[in-house]
Design a protein around this ligand. Sequence first.
Ligand code: AMP
Length: 505
Amino acid sequence: MSDCNLFSSVLPGDVDSRRVAIELPDGRTVSYGQLIELSGCMANLLVGRGMRPGDRLAAQVEKSFEALVLYLATVRAGGVYLPLNTAYTPNELQYFLKDAEPTIVVCDPSCRPNFVDMAAELGAVVETLGGDGSGSLSQAATAETSTFGTVGRAPDDLAAVLYTSGTTGRSKGAMLTHGNLISNARTLVESWQLSDRDVLIHMLPIYHTHGLFVASNVTLMAGARMIFRPRFDAGDALALMPRATVLMGVPTFYVRLLKLPGLRAASERIRLFVSGSAPLPAQVHQQWRDETGHSILERYGMTETGMNTSNPYSGERVPGTVGLPLPGVKIRVAHPENGRVLGQNEVGVVEVSGPNVFKGYWRMPEKTASEFREDGFFVTGDLGRIDERGYLHIVGRGKDLIITGGFNVYPKEVEAEIDAIGGVVESAVIGLPHPEFGEGVTAAVVRAPGSLVDEDAILKAVSDRLAKFKQPKRVVFVEALPRNTMGKVQKNLLRENLVGLYGEG
Ligand code: AMP
């Protein structure tokens, strides 16, 4: 059943092989035909390295066009792609690799020493891939033949596992099937009217659902072109706009672009600006409309579900809302404890069902069961309400998640690292409004009597333990943490007291 392999949907055999799929920073272009051939060479190599259908390939690599080929080749060979944030430290990686037990691990050439022992313990093969395409993998792939029979997959077979941040310390691997990814990409191509005339500015990371599945799968499925850049750069994005038709970004992109002159003229040709992964403040939406005449399309999704809702392509895009359920997706708001479905404008937990919803958490059947209702709805943990027109408003997060620059940080993990530092009694980590990052990770720390530990010492201690985006932007010392009668830290009070720390936010 090779027609159910995501690869065949994203790069179908009848695609015009001469069309440009990717434009690289150095001006080179990669056609659809080349993409299919290169993924064939890479798939042959992976199979030669021992990959069988269902095996995991873990990749912690810089964003590059070769990394995208690696993803496509893994899926094509029936493997399960497991991208890892490049910011993860060896300490964090150890957990992911032990949990996922990949057959092949791919890392940056400079990080190879960090991986060798870990991989040896697991019996995994280590290959390298640099941001410039260098390393063992591309070199070996050039010696392979490009002919490769795409491995047949059923809709329910796994295509990828993406780790989410764990609320209870343990990260969970969200299992995404070929069916999940195909259905969500198809829905988005139709809803956002993507076609082979589109040119996307691709500046998102490709270890996350937004850059990998939303931006890449959707663009390729539409036969469109992407201008591929290793990271977001506002000046570069502005310069590219006159040649592009679509930009997909996190709110931080838009906040930074608004600071640049010439935005209106540059954005004239753009057909669609998409924002997601974190709340887009209504005032940013408004300011963008005033400056450019365009209304940003905000959508809502998560690793476990892909995209759930979107403001309409044609129709009103309402600032501060995440729009309407996508075709085929059901959204409801329920009472967080008893699961009773709530009425219009009542705030509760957002629940979702549809072909986009993941298969469960990797090797965590109990956790999986606890996050689904009996009738199959997935409990997202986000708090929201549905208004009289059916638009969903996300009003908060039930799980204390901090979203900084589009990245998720669960406070508990950061607190555990700080609490382990000598001279620290306890800590509470919160997100505070930050003008650039949406939220800034902030630690409130209680010191032991006589302890001289200061902000610098704490930041230094966590710097090689936690990915950069999880490290606090500021550390504030307090006499005691505010607690309620049940002993729970009242983070809302901390937030209120510290709200202006980064300016007006
Ligand atoms: P991730 O799994 O990293 O994609 O993060 C998913 C979480 O990001 C969701 O559960 C929401 O809390 C948040 N999120 C994503 N898109 C939006 C949005 N448009 N508005 C508000 N929160 C969002």
